[in-house]
Design a protein around this ligand. Structure first.
Ligand SMILES: NC(=O)c1ccc[n+]([C@@H]2O[C@H](COP(=O)([O-])OP(=O)(O)OC[C@H]3O[C@@H](n4cnc5c(N)ncnc54)[C@H](O)[C@@H]3O)[C@@H](O)[C@H]2O)c1
Length: 381
């Protein structure tokens, strides 16, 4: 049986919604003839593009051969119980968009962070539960090859009990290169790396060493001016955050996330994990592991230490079942959750957890780095 799933997508003229969600995920499924379920049914997405400006939206819709409109009115007439609202617009408008869709009885799949305030995120998760609709939030970093391999190293017990995680993320967004949208550096528009990245680190840590339960953080605004439309404009949103998280099972994570970081060999993300039986280093695409037995015996001697081959003994770990594209994999999981009730760890409560972690990070930074507790959203929603 073919099960059609109407998906009303907002934000498709933007970076993420167009490239990752429409082009690489839903259009991919359509081209492949739909998504097969375990029962042998086929899930067929039916995207409908929503935007404010038909002059921009219509050419895009025509390019993909899809219908489009400026509001949700087409969805109100649609009687499918599987209707999905996809939120891919700038974060500050998520709450209003998702709220309206839940009121209309639609299922929700949203880019992260689901909202800017934790009160709004909790409200959406509660509303969705009360309406009996399903919800999902983008948590793509869970499914990156390096992170999947790291999860394997930790959950298989190879590394023993984890006591420390060192996480470094970012790259230099040149003041004049325009590779990230302008609103990202504008506080009033919902910009700021804490909203952007702590929403990821919350579930990444949860997936390896348990949920972060406390945070101490400082933020930085290092690039004070950027060029927009050829004009210099002062930046108002923080571009860096230096945060320590204490996680559920006691592991400590020290993190530095920054749009002013210069990566060298390993790329945009490095996660170094120390455990009682060994250590692991994960990057976006790879993960290496070393046991205590293979770790060199080192005596402090600055004249000889530099001659030790520290790379020796580290082995490349392949993760079982690494998806080809993390966004597509999440759509696959969400659609199978919607139609077949399969498991969905990235629900709206988990999305609210990310917003709670960001909120407490800002709170700690306002208190000059004082530790602040991060509440468990499962006890609040
Ligand atoms: N999962 C990830 O790794 C990841 C990465 C980047 C961004 N994001 C998230 O994706 C979302 C979109 O980010 P982006 O980088 O694609 O931004 P973008 O600026 O490229 O696109 C934003 C979209 O929102 C629309 N928009 C802007 N203002 C609007 C308004 N007032 N009402 C309705 N629509 C409006 C724009 O027309 C555009 O279609 C954000 O929530 C962001 O946090 C997630």
């Amino acid at each position: 049986m073919i099960i059609e799933v109407p998906i009303y997508m907002r934000g498709v003229t933007g970076r993420m919604a167009r490239r990752q969600h429409l082009d690489r995920s839903l259009m991919h499924f359509i081209k492949e003839g739909g998504l097969k379920t375990a029962r042998g049914d086929v899930i067929m997405p039916k995207p409908f593009l929503i935007g404010r400006d038909m002059a921009k939206l219509k050419p895009l819709a025509d390019e993909y051969g899809l219908p489009c409109g400026t509001d949700l009115s087409a969805a109100f007439e649609d009687k499918s119980p599987f209707r999905v609202y996809f939120e891919g617009a700038i974060t500050k408008v998520h709450y209003a968009g998702i709220s309206q869709a839940i009121d209309a009885g639609m299922n929700i799949f949203s880019e992260k962070p689901i909202t800017l305030t934790v009160e709004e995120a909790i409200d959406l998760a509660k509303k969705a539960n009360a309406q009996g609709v399903k919800g999902g939030v983008v948590q793509d970093k869970r499914y990156l090859p390096g992170l999947k391999a790291l999860q394997h190293v930790i959950h298989s017990g190879m590394i023993g009990e984890v006591y420390h995680v060192l996480l470094e993320f970012g790259y230099l967004v040149h003041p004049d290169d325009g590779t990230r949208p302008d609103w990202n550096s504008d506080k009033a528009e919902g910009g700021g790396i804490v909203y952007d990245m702590v929403a990821h680190w919350d579930y990444v840590l949860e997936s390896i060493v348990g949920r972060p339960v406390e945070v101490s953080a400082l933020t930085g605004l290092h690039i004070k001016q950027r060029t927009r439309g050829g004009q210099p404009v002062p930046t108002t949103a923080e571009d860096s955050v230096y945060a320590r998280f204490v996680c559920e099972q006691g592991a400590i994570c020290d993190s530095a996330s920054s749009w002013c970081r210069r990566p060298r060999k390993r790329g945009l993300l490095e996660i170094k994990v120390q455990g009682t039986k060994g250590a692991a280093e994960a990057y976006l695409d790879r993960c290496y592991f070393i046991t205590n037995e293979r770790t060199p015996k080192i005596a402090w001697d600055p004249d000889t230490a530099s001659r030790i081959e520290f790379d020796d003994g580290w082995e490349l770990i392949e993760a079982p079942d690494t998806p080809e594209n993390a966004f597509r994999y999440q759509w696959d999981k969400f659609l199978k959750h919607l139609i077949c009730d399969e498991e969905n760890p990235a629900d709206l409560t988990s999305g609210a957890q990310g917003v709670e972690a960001s909120t407490r990070t800002y709170e700690s930074a306002e208190k000059n780095g004082a530790p602040v507790a991060i509440r468990d959203m499962r006890t609040v929603v």
